[in-house]
Ligand binder design. Sequence first.
Ligand code: NAP
Ligand code: G3H
Length: 487
Amino acid sequence: MFEIIKNSENKYKNLNNGVWETSESNKFIDIYSPLDQRLVGSVPAMTSAEVDKTIASAKEAQKKWKHISVNERAEILYKAADLLIKHTDELAELMMLEIGKDIKSAHSEISRTADFIRFSADSGKSVSGESIPGDSFPGFKNNKVSVVKREPLGVILAISPFNYPVNLAASKIAPALIIGNTVVLKPATQGSLSGLYLARIFQMAGVPDGVLNTVTGKGSEIGDYITTHKDINFINFTGSTEVGQRISGITKMVPLLMELGGKDAAIVLEDADLEMTATQIVAGAYSYSGQRCTAVKRIIVMDSVADELIAMLKEKISQLKIGNPLEHDQLDVVPLISSKAADFVMELIADAKDKGASLVLGGNREGNLIEPTLFDHVTRDMRLAWEEPFGPVVPVIRVASKEEAIEIANASEYGLQSSVFTQNINDAFYIADSLDVGTVQINNKTERGPDHFPFLGVKSSGMGTQGIKYSIESMSRPKATIVNLHI
Ligand code: NAP
Ligand code: G3H
């Protein structure tokens, strides 16, 4: 497996038109493990000429790929899912080293991805069109019918983030391919080794030359070039709001699907089952150290039950497993992806402390490992109330009423998900209907899956809708052929 995608010096290659190529620039970016700073591998910093060549391959290959039957495309995806499972151990090890995920979570990301790929194949096979009679519109007779089917868009640029290097790459690739697009994958640099491995899996499954290609290089260097390339027909991006806004600001007439940052609130009402609520919040907030877009990133709780909830949270947080995945198989809190990320989280902690928030537990750092941290009495003047830490620190904001909870929840620039914990279905729906977010979870932590559900963010959290059927729809368009009968 590895011998094809990298050389003996651990320098990885890119997939272009079915061939794994080294960069002509001979410039490489070293990828160090967040777990022990070892060099895991190096990826080419591709030149703009190489990017051109790769996109040209994808454009040319799409002409044939879109005519391959959906049934054949699905067979390739089923095979890719099987191969992914077969190679789980090797890929999980690479993911652990590259992005610091504990081995159990890496395994579960891979198996979820195989399920995602299979479900995409199934969903692609059931895409259907419609025929629309003309006479339902005033002034038209029964001599006209529109036959509507779905067409691929062309070349999809898939840009994935570091935190799910396999799943959030495959969740763009599989729906794109099944409907007849070709793909250029630009993985997060920290995560690109896992992304290249995934590309090799698809190639081994029989994805034809040019149908899936990869581009590596720092987003800050090649991002603008690739996102504004004239032969890119759609950009499917997951990452930070900052980069998402940049892309939407410089692209022209290219449809975008963007899943960006979040500040998901868990709203806890007086009648909530506090034991269950605390369990859900702790799992939602701290797994993979909070490096998930859907992590619970603030707790908005009725003052009357805040003390009781915080005591339960404290107890559960203190039972979390913290450490280095090189030493333990199953952990909740692991070292953050980089020291820059850890510095940022510590800044938010310091700001909350300075402004008078009460530290319930945590707050310390050892290298890039930050203790799971909870603050009570967080107020609106604190950065932690609004900013996304992408780390294991959560603010508790106390409120006196449902209206205040809704107002604070909606005051965020983000609108990915929210949770509402209550036993009153009327309150649950009232609050759900009042929140400016893509999804509201009633009595559950915020989370993306199951992956066939629609997944979307509003405001600064994104545009467009993911989820298997929705991703296929986003990356295709209707094509109408109108039959006119002259009778
Ligand atoms: P990021 O820094 O925005 O990077 C995401 C991707 O964009 C990477 O592939 C990155 O490449 C690339 N990129 C950077 N600058 C670019 C540019 N100018 N043009 C084009 N691409 C560019 O995000 P991250 O640190 O990987 O992930 C953390 C963020 O993503 C958090 O804000 C999180 O909430 C969000 N996220 C959201 C979702 C969701 O579904 N809503 C899911 C996961 C993560 P390089 O690595 O080479 O810079
Ligand atoms: O990081 C963003 C992912 O889309 C979150 O997925 O809720 O399954 O962890 P998840």
